[in-house]
Design a protein around this ligand. Structure first.
Ligand code: ADP
Length: 301
């Protein structure tokens, strides 16, 4: 993974700490080899190559991520859609390359999560159409953070902070005090827009500053793509989601980014135990009901 992974935890000895953190790093590596669309030899790439011909049996982990992606797609009315990759793969943020309007039009019909058929009994994935390409970039890191936390827990760790890029999970508190988590200012890498005291929570941020370039028209071409028009989504600069697990918060942060302030908050306010902080294009901050009034509003605790 190109994303930096950081963790902080307390253990009995230095040797233990080294061994445990290595286990977590190895798990991230394994998941990257499984779910990266940038690796030809990943399980996901094999699915992308063959699932339009026949149902492909996949591993437990990948199937779980496919199922969660489908749930977030349903919940967000298709704002979150892993088949965005059918167009998304044509963007190259390092090379500052974006597809032409014709290329987008040609591939847009391939974005349709309804054409991804998951068979729970057989644990298979089938694509109803050729040309459909899936990309787990909006959800796989959250899955990996959850698996990392599982490892730490199984090792007896009770206080930990584990993050990979925009996804973080806190296990317990910071030994008697809350962890202090900053939500960064989308236009200033070294400043926080807000700082939160937190414990035992997953927190994911999707931002238009993670992977982007400015094109010849001065437009910010970033990595969160509208399934409707195949273009980077406008309207917000960042979305932060708080919840119980990072698989959910990771998927929802991308979904809310695509939905925008109004629809995004409406969706979040209907979910128990989930909250959102949105920073819009005018740099205004918007909070879900549970953060404005923790006792009322959403049922988050
Ligand atoms: P990161 O943690 O890398 O910042 P995010 O959680 O913010 O990632 O999600 C952004 C990623 O989601 C993009 O890099 C891309 O891989 C994927 N993505 C972009 N648009 C969509 C979409 N409409 N639905 C699902 N995934 C998307």
């Amino acid at each position: 993974m190109t994303t930096p992974i950081t963790m902080e935890f307390w253990s009995e000895s230095e040797a233990d700490a080294g061994r445990i953190s290595q286990r977590v790093f190895d798990e991230f590596d394994r998941i990257d080899r499984q779910m990266s669309r940038y690796r030809e030899d990943s399980e996901l790439s094999a699915v992308n190559r063959t699932a339009a011909e026949r149902p492909v049996k996949v591993s437990d982990g990948l199937f779980q991520v496919f199922m969660k992606a489908e749930a977030v797609s349903e919940l967000s009315g298709g704002a979150f859609d892993i088949s965005f990759g059918s167009v998304g793969y044509m963007y190259d943020y390092r090379e500052k390359h974006q597809p032409t309007a014709e290329q987008i039009q040609q591939n847009l019909p391939h974005i349709n999560y309804h054409d991804i058929v998951l068979d729970k009994d057989e644990q298979t994935v089938f694509f109803r159409q050729q040309g459909l390409l899936t990309d787990m970039g909006g959800i796989a890191k959250g899955y990996a953070v959850d698996r990392g936390i599982d490892i730490l827990r199984a090792e007896g760790i009770r206080h930990a902070r584990l993050s990979a890029g925009g996804d973080m999970r806190l296990l317990g508190d910071k030994r008697g005090r809350p962890w202090i988590v900053g939500v960064r200012d989308p236009r200033n890498e070294s400043a926080n827009a807000v700082v939160l005291p937190l414990s035992d929570v997953a927190i994911s941020t999707s931002g238009d500053y993670e992977r982007f370039f400015i094109d010849e028209n001065g437009e910010r071409v970033h990595h969160i793509i509208s399934p409707k028009n195949g273009r980077p989504v406008k309207g917000v600069q960042s979305v932060t989601i708080l919840g119980t697990n990072a698989l959910t918060t990771d998927g929802l942060s991308t979904a809310v980014f695509v939905l925008g302030v109004e629809k995004g908050l409406t969706m979040i306010n209907q979910l128990a135990g989930v909250d959102a902080i949105i920073i819009d294009e005018q740099r205004r901050m918007h909070y879900s009901a549970g953060l404005l009034d923790p006792k009322g509003g959403s049922e988050s605790e």
